[in-house]
Design a protein around this ligand. Structure first.
Ligand code: NDP
Length: 447
């Protein structure tokens, strides 16, 4: 999509100032493409420099992480924390441990996080962090030593009212526990609200593990309801097999859908009779195995190493693995096979041309910043519980999550209508969230 001259100028500056950060450019462009009607209506945002200010992180921290493996060998990784925008509250966003991590990935995720967090309606700013450390194949002790070294540097920059990290790819409950333990040791304080995604016994929230996957399915369910449909009887493809994907599968099953395929970076499994959630959970969470191992105990399932999961026919696709995993080829295959709805559990999994293909072929499309906001929303509920030294039941927390996702859907849907693009959830999500952030920045003055 073409940008207006004002927005194009802003975008050119972002590209010039952040060379080589393709994912960050992609994320910024996607938001700017929605903003023409907003700046027409609110020229004061341009006059106050809101766009360049929101595209520049408040602070970018890059640090060295030395650690020793089980054989005593020393490794040096790079750690990042990008504190992007705190107009609405303390910086909030996950940590990603994956070899593909570099500053551009963390900045794209941090930028998305500003708007996602705004959509939840909760008092949280946007940030993101991580490392190029590869946790695959590492022992528990190696993971612990890495987390301790990472936190030794990070601890000086975070706090319950400052910046509250959580998990993302490669960072789950185990890693958050080690990070929290080291923070506690370094500061001498049991500051529960400094990290979210903790285990229940150390101040975590019930339903946080499930929240992103459940939330994505709740969002998709709201979209289906508008045309009198539901998940019942529908075939669903879920990419990835990590935290988000696993609990998306559980919620799809609970709502009567059948998940026929899942994946990891080595390939995908397919089973027309439906994948078994409990087996997937046990394989991935307890045994920390690969998705290919599922077929060992399930003769009706097949593992395909050299193909695309998007070739599997389905009515609903939930990309839940990683950025740019669903390209134009995948989009065309989904459309050809009759897919009518795509909701992103991952961050920016669909490429821009894939999104265009969906919208021009009548496929309903929910962007990650709206559809996967249930994870961070439940993290904010964890912060509330920590602040009041309370611990809510699973049912109560899940009910709050559901209510929040219904609210985010309504906000996106209504904003898209108001701005003349009915049914366009990308426009709705970007505009509704930008307005909330921009108004807070205006209220705070030029700081
Ligand atoms: P996990 O680490 O638990 O799982 C990631 C999954 O994605 C794994 O199956 C992994 O396969 C696969 N994957 C990762 N990189 C690639 C790649 N380059 N190609 C193919 N598959 C890949 O992460 P999460 O489930 O937590 O996160 C998944 C997505 O959801 C990410 O985009 C994340 O940013 C987003 N998200 C997560 C939230 C959360 O609460 N956890 C909240 C909101 C968004 P393999 O094991 O082979 O690497």
């Amino acid at each position: 999509m073409e940008l207006s001259s004002t927005l194009q100028e802003e975008f050119d500056i972002v590209v010039r100032r952040n060379p080589g950060e393709a994912e960050f450019h992609q994320a910024v462009r996607e938001v700017l493409e929605s903003l023409a009607p907003v700046i027409d209506k609110h020229p004061e945002y341009v006059e106050s420099g809101i766009i360049p200010r929101v595209c520049e992180p408040n602070r970018q921290i890059i640090f060295k992480v030395n650690w020793q493996d089980d054989r005593g060998r020393v490794h040096t990784n790079r750690g990042f924390r990008v504190q992007f925008n705190s107009a609405l509250g303390p910086y909030k966003g996950g940590l990603r441990f994956h070899p593909s991590v570099y500053l551009g990935i963390i900045k794209f995720l941090g930028f998305e996080q500003i708007f996602k967090n705004a959509l939840t309606g909760m008092p949280i700013g946007g940030g993101k962090g991580g490392s190029d450390f590869d946790p695959k194949g590492r022992s528990d002790n190696e993971i612990m030593r890495f987390c301790q070294s990472f936190m030794t540097e990070l601890s000086g920059h975070i706090g319950a009212d400052v910046d509250v990290p959580a998990g993302d790819i490669g960072v789950g409950g185990r890693e958050i526990g080690y990070l929290f333990g080291q923070y506690k040791k370094l500061t001498g304080r049991y500051e529960s609200g400094v990290l979210t995604g903790k285990a229940i016994g150390i101040g975590g929230s019930r339903a946080r593990t499930e929240a992103t996957g459940y939330g994505t399915v709740y969002f998709a369910n709201e979209m289906l309801k508008l045309s009198g449909e539901s998940f019942d009887g529908k075939k669903v493809v879920v990419s990835g097999s990590g935290n988000v994907a696993t609990y998306a599968v559980e919620k799809v099953n609970q709502l009567g859908g059948t998940v026929v395929a899942m994946s990891d970076s080595a390939g995908y499994i397919v089973d027309e009779s439906g994948l078994d959630f409990e087996q997937i959970r046990e394989l991935k969470e307890v045994r920390r195995g690969r998705i290919s191992e599922y077929v060992d105990a399930n003769p009706s399932a097949r593992f395909i190493a050299d193909g695309s999961i998007w070739d599997v026919p389905c009515a609903i696709a939930l990309p839940c693995a990683t950025q740019n995993e669903l390209n134009i080829g995948g989009a065309r295959a989904l459309i050809k096979n009759g897919c009518t709805l795509v909701a992103e559990g991952a961050n920016m999994p669909s490429t821009p041309d894939a999104i265009r293909a969906f919208t021009s072929n009548g496929v309903r499309f929910a962007p990650g910043k709206a559809a996967n906001a249930g994870g961070v929303a439940t993290s904010a509920l964890e912060m509330q519980q920590n602040a009041s030294r309370d611990s809510w039941s699973f049912d109560h927390t899940e009910a709050r999550l559901h209510e929040i996702m219904v609210g985010i859907h309504a906000r996106c849907y209504e904003t898209a209508e108001e701005y003349g693009t009915p049914g366009d959830y990308v426009m709705g999500a970007n505009i509704a969230s930008f307005l909330r952030v921009a108004d807070a920045m205006m209220a705070l003055g030029v700081i």
